[in-house]
Design a protein around this ligand. Structure first.
Ligand code: NDP
Length: 249
């Protein structure tokens, strides 16, 4: 199954996978892990230096040459994603997967005081940009004979929780976005669409949300990679419209 998936070393050979938020946290580890299994990864993120560091790590480990896509999801417009798709079309001719991983937390605060500007930014980065990016990349995903879309959810996206504000709402929207796409694409394409909830994982975002927690008590991004490899690669050919917990209770 997804959680205990032992991914063959060459499972992603000749697969081109775009990872958003690839400069840090779970996205960084996912990019390194995919490359270690043969993927050509496209590293998308807002901080060029972080992407370059991941690029260097992949090259140093002997992985396939990655591509860099410095994009700020908070400000990029639909036409920017179309331009990006044009570049990928020229360089690769197709895409075999997207890991929608980049997100921002916004504020942990009651709705009475939730900043409207913060609300807009969270929805822009976590939801709207994922739609723009997906729509722009659909022709490239359709050009693949076995493609995956994997969206990143959260437990607060399955059921809302006090004070989690736009983040919780954005993750519920993400679940629904994935369901809509999963149904539309199931019979008309080779694209499979699922969501993953990583569960508490040792990253900067987690530390921001839970400042009192000892990070050493929770899983690292590397610990939760099995379901990512499963849902992004050949193993999940028959998996569509599922919401997977990387760390089920
Ligand atoms: P981090 O904050 O550690 O990393 C997020 C990444 O997204 C960073 O590389 C960041 O770039 C990038 N990013 C943020 N905003 C933008 C933007 N505007 N444009 C481009 N890139 C951007 O988060 P995690 O690794 O913890 O989270 C990864 C995913 O997992 C998220 O979707 C999160 O909601 C989800 N998740 C995480 C949990 C956890 O416990 N860690 C639990 C449940 C869900 P930069 O480094 O340049 O800022």
């Amino acid at each position: 199954d997804a959680l205990n998936y032992a991914c063959p070393e060459d499972a992603f050979k000749d697969r081109i996978i775009l990872v958003t938020g690839a400069g840090a946290g779970i996205g960084r580890t996912a990019a390194l892990t995919l490359a270690a299994h043969g993927a050509t990864v496209i590293l998308l993120g807002r901080t060029q230096e972080k992407l370059e560091r991941v690029y260097d790590e992949i090259k140093a480990a002997g992985g396939p040459e990655p591509a860099l896509a410095p994009v700020n999801l908070a400000v990029a417009r639909p036409e920017d994603y179309l331009e990006l798709a044009g570049l990928f079309e020229k360089e690769f001719g197709r895409l075999d997967g997207i890991l929608h991983n980049a997100s921002i937390l916004g504020d942990i605060t009651p709705m009475d005081r939730y900043g409207t500007g913060t609300w807009d930014s969270v929805m822009q980065v976590n939801v709207n940009s994922a739609f723009y990016l997906t729509q722009a990349m659909l022709p490239l995903l359709r050009a693949s004979d076995d493609a995956r879309l994997l969206f990143t959810s959260s437990s607060v996206g399955r059921k809302g929780r006090a004070f989690w504000g736009a983040y919780a709402v954005s993750k519920a929207a993400t679940e629904n976005l994935a369901q809509v796409l999963a149904e539309e694409l199931e019979s008309t394409s080779n694209i499979r669409v699922n969501t993953i909830n990583p569960g508490g994982t040792r990253t900067d975002m987690r530390a921001l949300a839970y400042p009192g927690e000892d990070p050493m008590t929770i899983k690292t991004p590397a610990d939760i990679m099995a379901p990512y490899l499963y849902l992004l690669g050949p193993a999940s050919k028959e998996t569509n419209g599922q919401s997977i917990d990387a760390q089920p209770k």
